[in-house]
Structures are given as C-alpha cells and as structure tokens.
Design a binder for this molecule. Structure first.
Ligand code: GBH
Length: 481
C-alpha cells in the first residue's frame, strides 16, 4: 500500500477495523450467556460449511487482550465491535441482566479508550437472542419495543464512553438471507412475505432506538447513532437497453433503497418498491393486499433517524431485467425486484465466490449516496478481501486490494467531494464467516484455528495497513486555529 497518497484523507479521518460478536467471541455458553439464533442454527447443522460453529471462534471472550494487541499494532484510531445481545441480556429482555456480560464490554471499552482508540459499537450483528426468536423474532411486532429497551440499556450503561453507535448491521442481509433464503440464521424460508415483515420491524426497532437516544441520551452523551447498510454498486448489464437500466434502478431501490429511502428521504419505502410489491401482491392473489407493511402514524417515523451514513461495501453487480423470466409468477423478493445481479466475468474473484473485486464501485457508490440520499458524513463501516484455501501470510493481492480501494475512497473525497469520515477494514481477525465457517479468511491478522491458543499473526496486509495509518498521522497535521 506504499503507493497510496494519504494526504487526501482529512487529519481526523477514522482508520478502523471491524468485527462482530458471534464471529469472534466464542464462549457461547460461558458466564451466563444465553443462546442466539446463530448458536441454534449452527448446532442444528443447518447448512454451515462442514458444520463449523461459533462456539469457540477466536475466543475473543477470553482473549480480548490479544485482540487489543492487534489493534495497537495496527495503530487504529477506531475499532468497530458488536455486542452479543444474549451475553448482556440472556433472554433478550432487561428483566434479566448478566453482570459478567456488562463487565466484559466495560473492560473492552475501557481498554480501547485507555489506548486512545475510539470504539464504534454495533448493537445487533445478526445474533438475535434465541428466546426472542421463540417469540417470533424479527417478524413479530413486539420486537421493536424489546430492541428499544436493549438499546436504552446499552446507551445507559456504556454511553458515557461510547459515542458512535450502530443499531443494526445490514438489515437487508438479516431479512433476506435469514427469512427469505434461509441460508443465515434463523433459517426461515418464507419467500416474499417474512422478508418484508422482518425488514419493517428492523426499521421500526432502529427508529425507536434512535429517537430514544436523541431524546434521552444525546443531550448528555453527545454521541451519534446510525444503522449500517450493505450495498453493492450496480450498473446495467447492457447500458444501451432501457429494460436493464430500469431493472438496475429497481435493484438499487430494493437493496440500499429499501432502508435508505425511509431513513434518509421520505420516511417511507420508495414509490417503486411500494408499487411493485402492491401490484404483484394483487396479481399473485395475496389476500391481505400488499405484502410490504406500512409505517404507522402513531409510531416514531424512520425519517431522519441517522446522524451519519454507515456503509458496508464489498462488491459490484451487473444487473439484468427479470420481468419476463421464470421468477415472474413466483412469490419472492427477487420476483418483486424483477432484477438479478451478476458478476462481470472480467472482474477478479477474491476467495469466496460472491466477492468480485471492484474498487471503483465504491467510489461510484459513495457519490451515488451523496447525490441520492444524504450529505451527512459517511463512514465505510466494512470493506474487505477474503482468502480461501491455503493460507498466504504474504497476502500481496489483499495489499493491492486495500491500496486500490483506499485510492478510490481518496478520489471520492478529493474529486467528488464526498464527506467520507472513516474506513473500517473487515476484519481485524480471521473469524467465523457465517455460512462459510472458517473456510473464508477476511482478517488483517491470521488466526490459527488448529490450536487452542488461537494465535494471531499479522498478515502482510496488516503491516501495510499499519504503515498507511502511521504515514497519514505523520503527514497530516491538525488544522491550527
Ligand atoms: C458482511 O456482509 C457482514 O456484515 C459480515 O459479518 C461478514 O463477515 C462480511 O460481510 C463478509 O462476508 O455466499 O452466496 O450466500 C456483507 C454482505 C451478504 C455478502 C451475504 C455475501 C452471502 C452470499 N454479504 N452474502 S452467499
């Protein structure tokens, strides 16, 4: 990454790395932690690579100090972690607080701050307490208030020190993979119905949590709250064809727009999403009218419930129109979307099959977000490159990827005038990569899962990322007044 011009990044740019509780913590039943949907999913052998589980993962629950050493070696200014909801509140509700869980996160937060690292905390990263799933999980209306109580508890307990909050990570993935495709926990396959209910309740939950923070905590704590949205950059597979161009707009509206439109634009789903789902619901004979729920006037609106834009970007897609295809008469999210994203054969794939390397897609997406949704500051809360197969500690391809990607972020800042405030590499450590188990490695640090010590060793990319951060520190001076 030595070819990177770091001077385009503002002096207070956040250099981070990210992780998520279930993917690193292990200690799944230690010290009073309750099970989450991912414990259930893995233990049921519901489709994870070679039946891997997060029971031990990187054992960050016991080896936090080792993680902290990695963070310090990188010289990060920021670290994004998530709280395991069921470690804090074993049954998901504030009726029962686990003091050991509180102590763990207090220590992590205090240690970070003592080392000069700013924590960014995600409240929910795919790991719903199983007890709440048993009540209907994200498809239940009640979940929004339960999440709000959990969020309130976290703001109250940690908010004196934590100033950057993410309520939900990737509601799209949780709704679609968890409730439509069934490839992520809780493994529900209910095409075209639960996906919208889950997404809707996540938006309600997020909005309630943001309003609680805004009213009761912001005046004293002065922090910021957002939700992390994943999005590919999308372009028509054939730019000359109006059908594919229209499909591309729908693709964007159904992925990023599904959550970004209610939060950043109108307080409601996009017109295109509403109209499509309504008319297809009629065509397909759905009894209750549209399968896309409505926001109630009696509840806090999602509009304006983000203090910054949090973006997880990994890859890009070329979009094809599907309106005439076999999905036309199928009750499904993709049928509603009427569009399909495919990988351009010219794009290299890094490790896992879905991850086509398209660094300039990030620049285009950043500009699109600024032009379409908001002029608020943007944090890139995840972005990364995976390895599969034999481990390469000298991961020169990943180094090239980070250099190319950061160069594109730099262009977004200096040429497109996008207000990018920070960048979080996914991930600090190799970890439990959901349905791919430990077969896919995203870390800046290698973790040796074959021995109980779970030794962390820096990849070359970790060393080079550290060099970028320290070069930036030495080349940019805070503006003097
Ligand atoms: C992020 O999702 C997650 O927030 C993070 O926890 C995760 O570790 C990281 O990405 C890397 O994957 O294999 O065909 O089922 C990014 C969005 C959604 C992209 C799920 C991959 C699975 C495609 N991801 N998708 S498939």
């Amino acid at each position: 990454m030595s070819g990177l011009d770091v001077t385009v990044f503002p002096h207070d740019f956040a250099w981070g790395a990210a992780t998520a509780a279930y993917q690193i913590e292990g200690g799944w039943d230690r010290d009073g932690r309750g099970p989450s949907v991912w414990d259930t999913f893995c233990h049921a052998r519901a489709g994870v690579f070679e039946d891997h589980t997060g029971d031990v993962a990187c054992n960050s629950y016991q080896l936090w100090e080792e993680d902290l050493k990695c963070i310090q070696q990188l010289g990060l200014t920021h670290y994004r972690l998530s709280i395991s909801w069921s470690r804090l509140l074993p049954d998901g509700t504030t009726n029962h607080v686990n003091p050991k869980g509180v102590a763990y996160y207090n220590k992590v937060i205090d240690d970070l701050i003592a080392c000069g690292v700013t924590p960014m905390i995600t409240l929910y990263h795919m790991d719903l307490p199983q007890a709440l799933q048993d009540l209907g999980g994200w498809t239940s209306t009640d979940i929004a208030d339960i999440f709000e109580s959990y969020a309130r508890f976290c703001f109250k307990t940690f908010g004196d020190r934590v100033k950057l909050w993410i309520t939900l990570n990737e509601p799209y993935v949780c709704a679609k993979l968890g409730h439509e495709d069934g490839t992520f926990a809780p493994g529900i396959k209910d095409p075209g119905i639960s996906v919208y209910l889950a997404g809707h309740n996540m938006l309600r939950a997020h909005a309630k949590a943001w309003h609680t923070y805004n009213t009761h905590f912001r005046p004293l704590q002065a922090g910021q709250v957002s939700l992390a949205l994943n999005s590919d950059w999308a372009e028509p597979s054939d730019p000359g064809c109006p059908k594919h161009a229209a499909a591309t707009e729908r693709y964007k509206d159904f992925t990023l727009g599904w959550f970004a439109c209610p939060v950043f634009c109108t307080g409601d789903y996009s017109e295109s999403m509403r109209a499509r789902i309504e008319s297809r619901s009629l065509d397909l004979g759905c009894k209750q009218g549209s399968r896309l729920p409505r926001f109630s006037k009696d509840e806090p609106s999602p509009l304006g419930t983000a203090d910054f834009f949090a973006l997880n970007y990994y890859t890009s897609r070329k979009v094809k129109d599907l309106n005439g295809g076999s999905k036309k008469s199928e009750l499904s999210f993709v049928g509603d979307q009427g569009a399909e994203g495919v990988v351009d054969p010219s794009w290299p794939i890094c490790g896992v099959h879905w991850l086509a390397v398209v660094p300039d897609g990030l620049r285009k997406l950043l500009k699109y977000i600024k032009d379409t949704y908001t002029s608020l500051p943007i944090y890139i809360t995840e972005n990364g490159f995976s390895q599969m197969g034999p481990v390469q500690i000298e991961d020169t391809d990943r180094c090239q990827f980070y250099q190319d990607t950061l160069q594109e972020v730099g262009k977004a800042i200096s040429q497109d005038r996008v207000n990018v405030k920070g960048y979080f590499a996914w991930s600090l450590l190799d970890n439990f990569e959901w349905n791919h188990g430990y077969s896919v490695r995203f870390g800046l640090f290698h973790v040796d899962f074959s021995t109980p010590e779970l030794k962390r060793t820096s990849y070359r990319s970790g060393r080079e990322y550290a060099a970028v951060i320290s070069k930036h520190r030495s080349q940019t001076k805070p503006r003097s007044i």
